[in-house]
Design a protein around this ligand. Structure first.
Ligand code: PAF
Length: 296
């Protein structure tokens, strides 16, 4: 393995600076790509990392299971920690450096007194069933983005479009707070049958996995209508999801891709124009799944 592991902030800073000095073109400050993750990496994360490697001189992936974004101590405890396998995957796609700090390194004074708040948007969709989740996620993303700031001339951070609400909130945060970093949303990676890759898919039985395919099928139904500039038939898409055995629909919404404000009403009645994002969440047996698709 050629990848370097940093577990402290001091090691991260020193290694990133040394890598930039070695890898940026002579006389330039180079570019750095940051790929924040919580580990338990799969092919979707590999795609994030590959995209970062293709566009930057140095790529740093972070692996940190952030306690602030878990509502439930049992979920936090159970979250898979697979550092060795994650390092091998990241090394295989050309990531230079992994920052895998302890909780004490990230939060030396215990839980931070001051946090980023995700505001109204943080309480909708995924935030409605996980109160405080996005405040915790934005707080750690803000810290990680600051820790990645260094001598580089260009600074980019990569997030999976699968978590569309997180992407929208991170994008708002860097604009609202003037963070000097460009946020890149990397398209969802799907299995051949259409299921969006997720670390939760491993908990689906064969039958549940079959039933879960209804999510991407319903999204594709809307996309076909949008591509044909027809009014969206949200009712049929919802009915399709509800008809699948063992699938409990939570929400199915068509929203503005940037603000996540609802767009469904005008899309239902008039020919579809412009761009929108269809978001769906459902419980498939014991597993909560989310998926989304850009329309137009
Ligand atoms: O998407 C995730 O894995 C996490 O929310 C993130 C962005 C790494 C913050 O902990």
């Amino acid at each position: 393995m050629t990848i370097t592991l940093a577990t402290t902030i001091a090691e991260l800073k020193a290694s990133a600076a040394a890598l930039l000095a070695a890898k940026a073109a002579p006389g330039t400050a180079g570019s750095l790509g940051l790929v924040p993750t919580m580990g338990a990496l799969h092919a979707g994360h590999a795609e994030l990392a590959r995209t970062a490697v293709a566009a930057n001189d140095v790529v740093v992936a972070t692996i940190f299971v952030n306690p602030l974004q878990f509502g439930d101590a049992v979920d936090l405890e159970r979250y898979p920690r697979t550092l060795e396998a994650d390092m091998a995957l990241l090394d295989g796609v050309g990531v230079d450096l992994v920052f895998a700090p302890s909780v004490e390194e990230m939060y030396p004074g215990g839980e931070p007194m001051v946090r980023i708040t995700a505001g109204e948007l943080g309480g909708k969709f995924e935030g409605a069933s996980r109160p405080g989740h996005f405040d915790g996620a934005l707080t750690v993303v803000s810290k990680l983005l600051h820790l990645g700031m260094g001598p580089q001339a260009a600074y980019r951070a990569y997030f999976g479009q699968k978590d569309a609400q997180q992407v929208a909130l991170v994008q708002r945060m860097v604009v609202d707070m003037n963070f000097p970093v460009e946020i890149a949303a990397v398209p969802i990676v799907r299995d051949a049958d259409g299921l969006a890759l997720s670390s939760r898919n491993r908990f689906l039985s064969d039958d549940e996995r079959q039933a879960a395919l209804v999510l991407s099928r319903a999204l594709r139904l809307l996309k076909e209508r949008a591509d044909a500039h027809e009014p969206l038939d949200l009712e049929s898409a919802e009915a399709l999801v509800r008809s699948a055995p063992g699938v409990e629909l939570d929400y199915f919404e068509v929203v503005d891709p940037g603000t996540l404000a609802p767009r469904a009403e005008n899309c239902r009645e008039t020919p579809f124009t412009g761009q929108a994002l269809a978001l769906v969440a459902a419980a498939v047996g014991p597993v909560r799944l989310i998926d989304n698709m850009l329309l137009g």
